[in-house]
Design a protein around this ligand. Structure first.
Ligand SMILES: Cc1cc2nc3c(=O)[nH]c(=O)nc-3n(C[C@H](O)[C@H](O)[C@H](O)COP(=O)(O)O)c2cc1C
Length: 365
């Protein structure tokens, strides 16, 4: 493992100050460093990004969805997705599939494949709305036939000696909101917690997540519950934390544009500091180091870096001009140099993001 560069004293001080305000929580038998968790996101929540977010205050993280069949076929790319960084602490690996035994075999493999840094739990994706997944009976299609779920859960659980958890949507469509029924079955079978994205499968990513419904479900207190959907800014997170009956909240797209969202959610009016453009630069440089360690191909590093940098600088002035220049950059070195120049010149600028505009209306959960 590389000796990573340290953050500057000024950034580290801000991180430490805000991290110290977090309170650890227990969801069933699983402990997290705070009730604000990073949501699973395909092609994003690989080890480097999860580790970065954990260091920037996420109380825990979940991997991207990984195919149970890919695992059982020992597909190289799929197995790579199960890799956990030695510095990661509170991580769960998420699997998707429709066949109970195939899921059970894959779950056992996922449990055992990082002997030095084992996953804390295995999570089942029951929210993916993507046709390719639901047409085979996986993802949110699992919500359609709750009678099959008892056997599904128990078959998987039998193979594991770590906790099993689920991430669902509120139901298949507005006529079949059945999250409470699904959670009751999950409880019977010893599932540890449920994360719920407050939309139905049919909604995809349209409209808004129904927090009214999420809170109604949370009040039933069937299982420890994590609420999820549209918490895009630290302001929105703080407002929700003040009033929620959920034990924890999960953030997906928010952290992509604000890597400090987990920390800023603990900031008060008395704090006379903010995360500056050069703080963002340090985060990007740290992320680059993690990617160098994790990725086998330079091209993958370049594509991942570019994608995340564009998201991370969203809301700063002159972003369009910067983005065009960065996408013309020949290699990683030039990409990093252009990014450094852009963020350094921004001085103490603050971000302005219009959260009413749609951002990434698509995903696997
Ligand atoms: C690009 C992208 C990929 C996603 N991939 C997954 C996934 O692999 N597994 C999953 O359970 N949910 C996945 N989701 C759903 C998120 O975990 C989350 O439920 C959803 O984005 C709503 O939360 P948010 O508004 O905080 O982003 C994905 C979402 C996005 C935008």
């Amino acid at each position: 493992m590389t000796n990573y560069r340290t953050f500057s004293p000024s950034l580290q001080h801000k991180i430490d100050t805000l991290k110290a305000r977090r309170e650890s929580i227990q969801l069933g038998s699983i402990g997290f460093d705070s009730p604000l968790l990073l949501a699973p996101m395909s092609s994003i929540c690989t080890a480097p990004y999860r580790l970065l977010m954990e260091q920037l205050g996420a109380g825990g993280t979940v991997s991207e969805l990984v195919s149970c069949h890919g695992i059982n076929y020992k597909n190289d790319k799929t197995i790579k997705m199960l890799e956990i960084h030695p510095l990661e602490k509170n991580i769960g690996l998420q699997l998707f599939g429709e066949d109970p035994q195939a899921m059970a075999d894959a779950a056992k493999f996922a449990q055992d494949c990082n002997p030095d840094t084992p996953t804390k739990f295995v999570d089942i994706n029951m929210g993916c709305p993507v046709r390719k997944v639901v047409s085979k009976g996986g993802g949110s299609a699992l919500l359609k036939e709750p009678v099959k779920l008892g056997k599904f859960f128990s078959t998987i659980k039998k193979e594991l000696n770590i906790p099993l958890t689920i991430k669902i949507r509120t139901g298949w469509d507005s006529d079949s909101i059945n999250a409470p029924e699904v959670i009751h079955i999950a409880k019977e079978e010893g599932i540890e917690f449920v994360a719920i994205h407050g939309r139905t499968r049919t909604q995809g990513y349209s409209g808004l997540a129904s927090w009214e419904l999420l809170e109604d479900i949370a009040k039933l207190k069937i299982l420890p519950m994590i609420g999820n959907g549209d918490l895009h800014s630290s302001y929105m997170v703080k407002e929700r934390m003040k009033q929620t009956d959920c034990q924890a909240l999960m953030l997906g797209r928010g952290p992509l544009r604000d890597p400090f969202i987990f920390l800023d959610s603990y900031k008060t009016d008395e704090d006379n500091f903010h995360f500056t453009p050069t703080d963002h630069l340090e985060v990007i440089e740290r992320f680059h180091e993690y990617l160098e360690d994790y990725c086998d191909r330079e091209r993958t590093i370049l594509i991942t870096l570019r994608k995340n940098i564009v998201w991370m600088v969203a809301g700063y002035p002159n972003v369009t001009h910067f983005r065009n220049a960065m996408f013309r950059a020949a290699d990683i070195k030039e990409t990093m140099a252009i990014t450094k120049e852009f963020l350094t010149e921004l001085g103490e600028s603050k971000k302005q993001i219009d959260h009413t505009q749609t951002f990434m209306a698509g995903g696997h959960g």
